[in-house]
Design a protein around this ligand. Structure first.
Ligand code: AMP
Length: 424
């Protein structure tokens, strides 16, 4: 055994720890995204952190960066090929099919929250371990459902106080019109001056070429055929309904005919939320309709729509806008015992306060008065409960207002009532 200095004190590249007080913002964001979903009838679902590799290669798409370059895969001792989940939709759909939820009332509306893993080049806002809250509505082809999900995401962002985000909207067509468009786009792209990688992409997934960020590629895309000019009547009508419902709900959007997103399973409605204060990693969330995904992973036809919002980037976006989030459980009362008898008595008071719904903490470690009062002030508590032997002999504790400095005795058995009255 070596006792050399452990490099394990630094988290793996592309990851970071959530530490108080900053971690509070992550909890607040997760809760703010979940609240509108709960009000809209979405039930909570949790799936394993890893799945069979095949679920993602079939579901997310063999030609995507996520599957070809970014998946954390492993072979178990038993020989199973698994992957840490790079996204949530395929897992949620797999779980719903396994539990036969699709045989019950449709749509099945589910939300989830968790960690996702992609072996990406780390940079500001792009991590190898990140956090999403997502929602999926399975088994229904209804533009109101697409609109509902987009509205719920907008409401979540707004409830957090976020302002400078934009919604980009597009339709990717369906199995009728998409193949025709794909062929037209391929014809166009084959005539361009592209590097070998990109030419390969033209053959496997030509829509992704539209999304290429490089100037040299973008320059050549002027005049490329656009999906919106190739939508079939049914897709056009569907998209118009989504747009009308969003407008009626006061949700602004920008039509972005080049929006294709990084996963293969999208059909019809696709959207992305971008924030202008984040630099190159500006997507704070995205999603769309995936009518063919269930069949791609071996299930029945199950037209569905969903999104995933990035918790890490939403926190960064809030910071960029200087939006503060109120911490949930700030200590309200801090107990400072002087001597052993007071320790026992005040430990009891703290327990009683907490059980009474008041956030309370205690000067642990047998600190002297001066240090204990420092801890009380640092805790942000409004009140300190201080007691020594003499107080206890009189059956009281001293209740000190840490803002005004005023102090008064309160009977030991009346502390909770008194504190509650004062905090109200
Ligand atoms: P996607 O599943 O790629 O559509 O991602 C949905 C959202 O998750 C994005 O809009 C980002 O906010 C967030 N996200 C995706 N990948 C990462 C990453 N590597 N690091 C941080 N956030 C990410």
């Amino acid at each position: 055994m070596t006792t050399a200095v452990l490099s394990t004190f630094s988290a793996p590249k592309g990851t970071y720890d959530l530490i108080p007080p900053d971690s509070e913002a992550f909890l607040a964001v997760r809760e703010a995204i979940a609240a509108p979903l709960r009000r809209a009838g979405y039930g909570y679902i949790e799936t394993p952190g890893f799945e069979h590799v095949e679920l993602f290669s079939r579901g997310v798409g063999e030609s995507t960066d996520i599957v070809t370059k970014e998946m954390y895969t492993l072979t178990t001792k038993g020989g199973d090929e698994l992957a840490l989940r790079p996204e949530g939709t395929a897992s949620v759909l797999r779980a719903a099919l396994q539990a036969n939820l699709h045989r019950g009332a449709l749509p099945v509306k589910l939300w989830y929250s968790g960690s996702y893993y992609r072996y990406e080049r780390p940079q500001a806002g792009r991590y190898r371990h990140f956090s999403q809250v997502g929602a999926e509505a399975l088994g229904s082809e209804d533009p109101a459902l697409d609109a509902e999900l987009i509205i719920l995401a907008v409401d979540a962002y707004r409830s957090l106080g976020l302002r400078n985000f934009r919604l980009l909207l597009n339709s990717l067509g369906d199995k009728e019109c998409r193949p025709v468009y794909r062929a037209a786009l391929q014809d166009f792209l084959r005539g361009l001056d592209l590097d070998e990688d990109t030419r390969r992409r033209v053959e496997i997934n030509p829509l992704r070429v539209l999304d290429d960020k490089r100037e040299a590629v973008q320059k050549q895309l002027t005049g490329a055929p656009m999906m919106r000019d190739h939508l079939c009547e049914a897709c056009k009508e569907y998209h118009e309904q989504v747009r009308a419902l969003l407008t009626a709900a006061g949700v602004e959007f920008e039509d972005d005919p080049k929006l294709v997103r990084g996963l293969d399973y999208y059909t019809r409605t696709t959207f992305e939320f971008v924030h202008d204060g984040l630099g190159s990693q500006s997507a704070i969330g995205g999603g769309g309709r995936y009518d063919g995904l269930s069949e791609m992973i071996g299930g029945p036809a199950l037209p569905s729509v969903g999104w995933a919002l990035g918790v890490d980037r939403t926190v960064l976006a809030l910071r960029a806008e200087n939006v503060g989030l109120a911490a949930e459980s700030r200590t309200e009362v801090f107990a400072v015992p002087l001597g052993d008898e007071a320790r026992r008595a005040l430990f009891g008071v703290v327990t009683e306060l907490r059980r009474g719904g008041i956030a309370a903490d205690f000067a642990y470690g047998g600190k002297g008065l001066k240090n204990a009062m420092k801890s009380a002030n640092r805790s942000g508590a409004r009140y300190a409960v201080v007691a020594g032997e003499r107080d206890l002999a009189e059956g009281v504790v001293q209740l000190k207002d840490l803002q005004s400095g005023e102090q008064s005795p309160v009977p030991l058995d009346a502390v909770v009532t008194e504190v509650r009255g004062r905090l109200a």
